[in-house]
Design a protein around this ligand. Structure first.
Ligand SMILES: Cc1ncc(COP(=O)(O)O)c(C=O)c1O
Length: 408
């Protein structure tokens, strides 16, 4: 068999992909052959400012020298030995997550959906240990928990779940921040209440402190687990290690899911739990061949060591980016607001936003559109003001041209 040709031009790469890869993604017309810092490059030499960072994964930018060095070193030391044995890195990452979050134990897996699956099993196992009827999960409309069957069962967007029904029974959905709906959905049969502190795919929707506090009270009163899905908003993205920490020192979920940036680009997922929640999983009840492998954990450890010094920068540059986005709200009557925290920001439009994405891409800026009308930005934590200014310049041009076309 001939060796695979990896140096094709963009058209050939797209053609081969379309012939052989399952067509489950609606990709943008861009081939990425190389990435460095906050820029992606295509085979023909074009350069793109990456303000979506692999959907929130590449928090340190691309090819960060400390991550590259750590991975290279670890590759030559220990890549994988399975969970049949101990290795030094898994406990070390779990120890750091415990110190940052106040939750004691971590289960490691390889993606956000798997982290949500583990959280669901923990909640359902917690409920079932109390009584058989206690299996219900309360989740939010417009939420996103991933693509596995359990995760789509708690994803409040019919387009992801309807084609695969019937799903896990006993899931009740309430609207984000609807206190009355939450109160009527939770009862003694609730095993878990699960929500993203900031809904990402749902359009950068912030959960209020009041809703979170009510969910915490209801979970405690009904002996259910409170699960915060921090796959997208966690790990420093909002300027604090975890988004739930914006609700004050007293707030603590029982379970938290993490993934995306935790291993700075390598696949990882983590379900971080209180002692009581973790106690649900006895040996053999859950697991993952790859979960918590040496390579991903080494990258995660390096990322966690860098995180504290990055947080003030995320806050500062996030405030600057927000202020510059706000200028667009003033400039264009179809731009109605800025949403989100830190470097998880959305520009809210009163018109559909999807067409602005390829247009901005043609001009050299990568972002995406969620919920139909929210331009979403998840840039790397290491962006500087000059990158924000470049992004705003491109965005301004893109929105201005969009307005001109609309007027014609
Ligand atoms: C909040 C949230 N939970 C879970 C997931 C699923 O993560 P993954 O795609 O790594 O399975 C995502 C992915 O975007 C997410 O945003």
């Amino acid at each position: 068999m001939a060796a695979a040709n990896l140096t094709l031009d963009s058209d050939c790469i797209v053609a081969r992909d379309q012939q052989y890869v399952v067509r489950n993604y609606g990709r943008y017309p861009l081939v990425v052959s190389r990435a460095q810092g906050v820029y992606l490059h295509c085979p023909e030499g074009g350069r793109y400012l990456d303000f979506i960072s692999g959907i929130g994964v590449m928090a340190l930018g691309h090819s960060h020298p400390r991550i590259v060095a750590a991975i290279e070193d670890q590759l030559g030391t220990l890549t994988h030995c399975s969970n049949l044995y101990y290795h030094p890195l898994q406990g070390a990452v779990a120890e750091q997550l415990a110190a940052l979050s106040g939750l004691q134990r971590t289960f490691f897996c390889n993606s956000g959906a798997e982290a949500v699956e583990a959280a669901l099993k923990i909640a359902k196992g917690y409920g079932r240990a109390r009584n058989e009827a206690k299996h219900e999960i309360v989740a939010l409309h417009d939420s996103f928990g991933g693509r596995t069957l359990g995760a789509i069962s708690v994803t409040g967007q019919a387009k992801y779940s309807d084609p695969f029904a019937p799903l896990i029974p006993g899931v009740r959905f309430v609207a984000p921040n609807d206190l009355e709906a939450l109160k009527s959905a939770v009862n003694e049969n609730t095993a878990g209440i699960l929500f993203e502190p900031i809904l990402g795919e749902g359009g950068i929707v912030e959960i209020t402190a009041e809703f979170a506090a009510t969910a915490r009270e209801l979970a405690t009163a009904n002996d259910a687990l409170l699960v915060c899905d921090e796959v997208q908003c966690g790990m420093g993205r909002t300027g604090k290690p975890f988004a739930f920490q914006h609700w004050g020192d007293g707030f603590l979920p029982d379970v938290m899911t993490l993934a995306k940036p935790l291993a700075a680009g390598l696949p990882i997922g983590a379900t971080v739990c209180s002692e009581a929640a973790a106690a649900v999983l006895a040996p053999g009840m859950h697991g993952s061949t790859f979960g918590g492998g040496g390579l991903a954990c080494r990258a995660a450890l390096e990322f966690l060591q860098m995180l504290p010094e990055l947080l003030p920068h995320v806050q500062e540059i996030g405030a600057y980016f927000r202020a510059r986005l706000q200028e667009l709200v003033v400039r264009y009557d179809f731009v109605s607001g800025v949403r989100g925290k830190g470097l998880m920001l959305g520009l809210e439009l009163t018109i559909p936003g999807g067409d602005f994405v390829p247009e901005a891409q043609r001009k050299g800026l990568l972002m995406n559109c969620t919920a139909g009308n929210i331009l979403r930005f998840l840039p790397p934590f290491v962006i500087e003001r000059e990158h924000v200014d470049e992004a705003i310049g491109i965005l301004d041009d893109t929105l201005r041209e969009g307005t001109v076309e609309d007027d014609q």
